[in-house]
Design a protein around this ligand. Structure first.
Ligand SMILES: Nc1ncnc2c1ncn2[C@@H]1O[C@H](COP(=O)(O)OP(=O)(O)OP(=O)(O)O)[C@@H](O)[C@H]1O
Ligand SMILES: [Mg+2]
Length: 249
C-alpha cells in the first residue's frame, strides 16, 4: 500500500486512527467537500475495504463540485497496483481515508511522506488510552516530526468540557501534539454522509455551529506549503518489523 505520488506540490492529508468508528470517514469526506468548493480539485483515496468514502462520492450529485474518488484497498490494489498514477494532475490535495485495524507496514507506507496527519479521537477514557498507545506507535514507526506540526488530533463527537475531553487535552499537551479542533456530536454530519455532501454544502443556518468548529481543521490544512526541494521527503526507509502483539481495534 505505497501511497507516494512523487509530487512535491501535492498535499497529502492522511486521516488515521485504527480505532473503528472514531470519525475518520466523516472528517475525510468533509475535508474533501470543503476543498472541492474551494476549487482545489481534491482526490479522496479510500483505503478501507468497507468503501464508505467511495460510496459517499457515488452519492454526490453531479452538479456539485467534483471530488475525484480513488479506490485503493488491498483487494483492488492487486488488480491495479499503480493506483497512484490515477491521481489527476490538477489535484492539489489528496485526502486519504484509512481503515480501522491498520497494520504496521501499511501505517508506514501511508504516513512516511504525508503532509498532514489527522487523528480523530473520541474523548472517552477507553478511546484516549487507545489513542495514546497508537500515537506512541506512530511516532516510532514513522518519520513524523512533531515539531513541524505535521500531526494533529481532532476530538470528535464531543460534549462540552467533559472530564474525558480535559484528559485528552492534557495528554496531547504532554506530547506537544496540537488539538486542532473539537467537533460536537451533530446529526448534520450523519445527514451529509448519507447524501454525498459535506457540512459546507448545507444551508448555513443549519450548520453554523458545526462549521465554526470545523474551521480550525481547514485553516490548519490550508497553512501547508510544499516543501523546498532540499527538504523533500527522503526515499522510504524499510518499514520496521511489526511490534504490536495484536492488532489495535
Ligand atoms: N460529529 C459527529 N456527529 C454525529 N455523528 C458522527 C460524527 N462523526 C461521525 N459520526 C457518525 O459516527 C459513525 C462513525 O463515523 P465514521 O464512519 O466517520 O468513523 P470511521 O472512523 O470512519 O469508522 P471506520 O473505522 O469503521 O471506518 C458514522 O455513522 C458517522 O455518521
Ligand atoms: Mg471509515
Amino acid at each position: 500500500m505505497l501511497t507516494s505520488t512523487n509530487r512535491n506540490d501535492l498535499q497529502k492529508i492522511v486521516v488515521l486512527n485504527p480505532k473503528g468508528g472514531c470519525g475518520k470517514t466523516t472528517l475525510a469526506t468533509n475535508i474533501a467537500s470543503y476543498f472541492a468548493i474551494k476549487g482545489s480539485s481534491p482526490a479522496l483515496l479510500d483505503c478501507d475495504p468497507q468503501g464508505y468514502s467511495m460510496r459517499w462520492i457515488e452519492r454526490r450529485h453531479r452538479s456539485l463540485a467534483a471530488v475525484h474518488g480513488i479506490c485503493a484497498h488491498k483487494k483492488t490494489m492487486q488488480a491495479v497496483p499503480s493506483w497512484h498514477l490515477r491521481v489527476p494532475q490538477e489535484t492539489s490535495r489528496l485526502i486519504i481515508d484509512t481503515p480501522a485495524a491498520i497494520e504496521n507496514p501499511d501505517l508506514f507506507d501511508l504516513t512516511y511522506d504525508a503532509s498532514n496527519i489527522i487523528i480523530p479521537v473520541m474523548p472517552s477514557a477507553i478511546d484516549i488510552r487507545y489513542a495514546a498507545r497508537f500515537i506512541a506507535e506512530l511516532l516510532l514507526v514513522t518519520r513524523i516530526d512533531r515539531r513541524n506540526r505535521q500531526l494533529g488530533v481532532v476530538a470528535t463527537r464531543t460534549r462540552k468540557n467533559t472530564k474525558s475531553l480535559i484528559q485528552l487535552m492534557r495528554f496531547l499537551t504532554s506530547l506537544q501534539i496540537p488539538l486542532i479542533a473539537s467537533i460536537r456530536d451533530s446529526q448534520n454530519f450523519v445527514y451529509a454522509a448519507g447524501n454525498g455532501i459535506g457540512i459546507y454544502e448545507m444551508p448555513m443556518h443549519k450548520v453554523r455551529d458545526d462549521i465554526q468548529q470545523f474551521a480550525p481543521i481547514v485553516s490548519w490544512l490550508e497553512a501547508w506549503r510544499p516543501p523546498l526541494p532540499s527538504l523533500s521527503p527522503l526515499p522510504p526507509r524499510r518499514a520496521p518489523e511489526p511490534f504490536l502483539d495484536k492488532p489495535l481495534h
